[in-house]
Design a protein around this ligand. Structure first.
Ligand code: GRF
Length: 203
């Protein structure tokens, strides 16, 4: 399966996906890494692994629609089977999502539906949560609310700062995302009728 990964920053999740794709029996390969930031540290990581990159700086376009149109044009050439958002900090419009409905997945650093949006770790600590974690989900028009594919939890420790919890969760994200992408690439789970449907015998 052909995968395009969207990043805005360091790209540590993209890097773990790229490494997973290097295994001969892994059912996906990354065709391109796309970023909305020329400064994204993940671009150099992708290039170091020989993965083509494309940058679409928002300021280069008159408005959101033109920005997305340029990305959609590139996607029409690449023809990905799956789009992985990985630290991509921009909301996709309904039109964009509909153009690739059921093919877009995202990793979010909370146990959705708890804590959609930003500052998830501090919010979990402030809420007195004893566990926290991350979620890979299909992307739908609403922010961080698409059908859940996989989740992983970690303990929240008594003196945890948001940074400590974020680091603990990031480590687990790097295990979860390659597993979730494998599931989607193999057809073990798919989005159908607005839900995540698991193929019997998958797990
Ligand atoms: C991660 O916490 C991820 O969950 C969120 O963005 C953060 C940075 O990701 N989506 P990365 O290092 O750029 O992959």
């Amino acid at each position: 399966k052909r995968v395009v990964v969207f990043i805005s920053g360091g790209g540590s999740n993209m890097l773990t996906l790229a490494k997973a794709c290097q295994a001969a029996d892994y059912p996906a390969e990354i065709s391109c890494v796309i970023s909305d930031k020329a400064s994204a540290g993940g671009l150099a990581k992708a290039e170091a692994m020989g993965i083509p990159t494309r940058v679409f700086e928002r300021k280069g376009y008159a408005d959101k629609a033109e920005h997305e149109a340029a990305i959609l044009t590139a996607l029409a050439e690449i023809k990905p089977d799956i789009i992985c958002l990985a630290g991509y900090m921009r909301l996709l419009s309904g039109d964009f999502i509909r153009a690739h409905e059921t093919r877009i997945i995202n990793i979010h650093p909370s146990l959705l539906p708890l804590f959609p949006g930003l500052h998830t770790h501090q919010r979990a600590i402030d809420a007195g949560m004893k566990i926290a974690g991350c979620t890979v989900h299909f992307v739908t028009e609403g922010m961080d609310e698409g059908p859940i594919i996989a989740q992983a939890a970690v303990p929240v420790l008594a003196e945890d700062t948001a940074e400590a919890l974020a680091a603990r969760i990031l480590t687990v994200e790097h295990k979860l995302y390659p597993l979730a992408l494998k599931l989607v690439a193999e057809g073990g789970v798919r989005m159908e009728g607005g839900r995540a449907v698991t193929t019997p015998g998958t797990f």
